[in-house]
Design a protein around this ligand. Structure first.
Ligand SMILES: Cc1ncc(COP(=O)(O)O)c(C=O)c1O
Length: 418
């Protein structure tokens, strides 16, 4: 659709003003939130297509509605590309979100009341792995493992001890704020030893896994879930992988179990993103994401900021900001003032409550998408350290905000418009 046609369709002034403001915000700010990225224009075009009009309850070839011949092609393309990319026997591309992918996976493996052993939320786990107010916490018995206090890493011997003590039906591996490589073969061997199913939620690292920059859980886990919008750089949504037999259970756990009609426009966008992820340029991008994260962690360390576990193997890091006298919340706010967007985060064994926290989580997927490289990481670390040393200082804030704006302008996200 041309920009002129798009503009002619814009009758809802208040709505489009907010959309335009968001586009301008994304261009102006450097996005350091580890779970966000900038999808391609083709991914966004698929989401804005006529496919949003179509009801397609069921799966390709077995729908409850007529007129599904074209959306069947779309869903088959997405499923085949997911299977190829992750070298998995079967895929379900319908989950509306990562949380719904996890719901379907868990309900495919066990019934309510089962015990799930997962990484605790305050050590980097996710809400959908057992938060008391999440469906997992409400309907399942949640046990947790954590990271060691000294190393701030998961120790697989300790996970094994916990698993043998609590005998879970599901051992869940995966995290939202863990910067080290996950040892999937070790998780699988522990699951086997205690008679549990292994569920791996690779939401954060899906892009890295696709590019073979992080070892794959496929072949080790009974079910693998992910989101499609983080490092994978697709539309917002979820995806599930497993063997063909298990997928039959996942399919019915998802629909009609926890979802109705699939979002066919989003599935089309997933297909676009999965094709993009097969290109050599994507693997190159993922390697740069990790190089940038390593460089940023090292530069922040050199500026006196403590990196949890001493560094990172993936796309994110946790920065302990206690030495600056700030809470994570104050650090997030101070960086927001200079257009560096990030989120406060608990660090392991944090003494502060979650809404204050002692750390911030920084990720490099979005800034790498817009083209920043290792050479920019020292500058970025310098800005972060300067701002956190003098939060709210007018001179520092103005200088850094100006320099951030200049760099952001030099690396537009959508050079030809969003
Ligand atoms: C590990 C992990 N799993 C699942 C999710 C949930 O994804 P969604 O927000 O799409 O439900 C997230 C999101 O942050 C995540 O980090």
């Amino acid at each position: 659709m041309s920009t002129r046609t798009q503009n002619a369709l814009r009758t809802d002034g208040a709505l489009w003003a907010a959309v335009d403001a968001e586009a301008a915000r994304e261009e102006r700010q450097l996005e350091l939130i580890a779970s966000e990225n900038h999808a391609s224009r083709e991914v966004m075009a698929a989401m804005g297509s006529v496919l949003t009009n179509k009801y397609a309850e069921g799966y390709p070839g077995r729908r409850y509605y007529g007129g599904c011949e074209h959306v069947d092609v779309v869903e088959d393309l997405a499923r085949e590309r997911a299977k190829q990319l992750f070298e998995a026997p079967a895929a379900n591309v319908q989950p509306h979100s990562g949380t719904q992918a996890n719901m379907a996976a868990i309900l495919a493996l066990v019934g309510p009341g089962a015990t799930i052993l997962s990484l605790s939320l305050d050590h980097g786990g996710h809400l959908s792995h057992g938060h008391p107010k999440n469906f997992t916490g409400i309907y399942f018995k949640i046990e947790s493992y954590g990271v060691e206090q000294a190393s701030e890493r998961i120790d697989m011997d300790r996970v094994r001890e916990r698993a043998l003590a609590v005998r879970p039906q599901i051992l869940l591996a995966g995290a939202s704020a863990y910067s080290r490589t996950l040892d999937f073969p070790a998780f699988a061997s522990i699951a086997r030893e205690c008679g549990a199913k292994l569920l791996v939620d690779m939401a954060h690292i899906a892009g890295l896994v696709a590019a073979k920059v992080h070892p794959t859980p496929v072949g080790h886990a009974d079910i693998v879930t992910m989101t499609t919008h983080k490092t994978l750089r697709g539309p917002r949504g979820g995806l599930v992988l497993s063997d063909a037999e298990t997928m039959k259970k996942v399919n019915s756990a998802l629909f009609p179990g926890v979802q109705g009609g699939p979002l066919m426009h989003v599935i089309a966008a997933k297909a676009v993103a999965l094709r993009e992820a097969q290109a050599p340029a994507f693997a190159d991008y993922q390697r740069r994401v990790v190089e940038n994260a390593r460089a940023l962690a090292a530069e922040l360390g050199a500026r006196g900021l403590r990196i949890v576990s001493g560094g990172t193997d993936n796309h994110l890091m946790l920065v302990d900001v206690s030495s600056t006298g700030l809470s994570g919340k104050q650090a997030e706010d101070a960086l927001g003032q200079v257009d560096l967007t990030c989120n406060k985060n608990l660090i392991p064994y944090d003494q502060k409550p979650p809404m204050q926290a002692s750390g911030i989580r920084l990720g490099t997927p979005a800034i790498t998408t817009r083209g920043l490289g290792v050479a920019h990481m020292a500058t970025l670390a310098g800005w972060i350290a300067d701002v956190l040393a003098k939060p709210g200082d007018e001179a520092v804030t103005q200088r850094v905000r100006g320099e951030v704006a200049e760099l952001a302008r030099a690396f537009p996200i959508y050079p030809h418009g969003a």
